[in-house]
Design a protein around this ligand. Structure first.
Ligand SMILES: [Zn+2]
Length: 253
């Protein structure tokens, strides 16, 4: 995870302080909302949280109630959430909207999922991020809260902040560092998926395959969408030298 440590160091060097989505930013200075969407692995999330703790920074880990990969409410998963909190990190809801859901149902669904998770994790923070958001969800940027939870996709954290993401490994570590250093806004949101950094690799295919292929096998049989992501990554990355690599397996550390 050398690339991850370097990126966090670069954020500190650029003067960013790490903030909570719920508690808000400090009145002065640069402020970074470090967001980790846990799409695949709570074990990888804990590993990244250990690094955060060692570096003295706090991130918010958004976990899926309705994942096809892990069962958030299993005793093992709940214990991993406790691990995240013991490491000084925040945990919040990563919301998956069911197909065909209507706008007027959204607040109730978000609140319902939040309350379901709260029965096992009463310390869950009152903030939500969307998993694979539809255009319809992204158009809700004007809603500062949804279902009583802070909307991590609202304007304060996106259009009014520098918004950076490692989705599909589209940016190199160097590009993310440079963007933070030259941030045009006082606030920034940095979305980093734990698996990209803990497993590492030069492409989404590498990351999902993981060492030995076990994780990829689970992901590809459990979720058809992963297959489309895999195909998309083949189109998107032209040469190995153009790829970002966040973990331990690639040419750029
Ligand atoms: Zn997600």
């Amino acid at each position: 995870m050398a690339g991850y440590r370097r990126l966090i160091a670069a954020a500190k060097d650029a003067g960013f302080q790490f903030a909570s989505f719920v508690e808000g930013a400090s009145a002065t200075g640069r402020c970074l909302y470090l967001r980790h969407d846990v799409d695949f692995s709570l074990a990888a999330a804990v590993e990244l949280a250990e690094t955060n703790a060692a570096l003295g920074v706090r991130g918010t880990f958004f976990v899926l109630l309705r994942s096809e990969i892990y069962n958030l409410l299993s005793p093992w998963s709940v214990e991993r959430i406790r691990d995240l909190e013991r490491l000084g990190q925040e945990v919040a809801l990563h919301y998956l909207e069911p197909p065909g859901a209507q706008n007027d149902e959204l607040a109730g669904r978000v609140r319902g999922d939040f309350e379901t998770v709260c029965r096992e994790v009463p310390t869950l923070r009152r903030v939500v991020s969307w998993h694979n958001p539809s255009e319809r969800l992204l158009r809700l940027r004007g809603e500062g809260t949804v279902g009583g939870l802070v909307n991590a996709y609202s304007t304060a954290f996106t259009t009014e902040s520098l918004y950076l993401s490692d989705s599909n490994l589209r940016h190199s570590v160097e590009a993310l560092e440079a963007a933070l250093a030259n941030a045009p806004t006082r606030h920034a949101q940095l979305l980093l998926h734990p698996i990209n950094w803990v497993v590492g690799g030069c492409s989404v295919v590498d990351v999902l395959r993981g060492p030995g292929g076990t994780l990829y096998a689970i992901a590809s049989t459990g979720c058809g969408r992963i297959e489309s992501t895999r195909r998309g990554s083949r189109r998107g990355f032209r040469t190995r030298s153009s790829m970002a690599s966040y973990g331990t397996g690639g040419p750029q550390r």
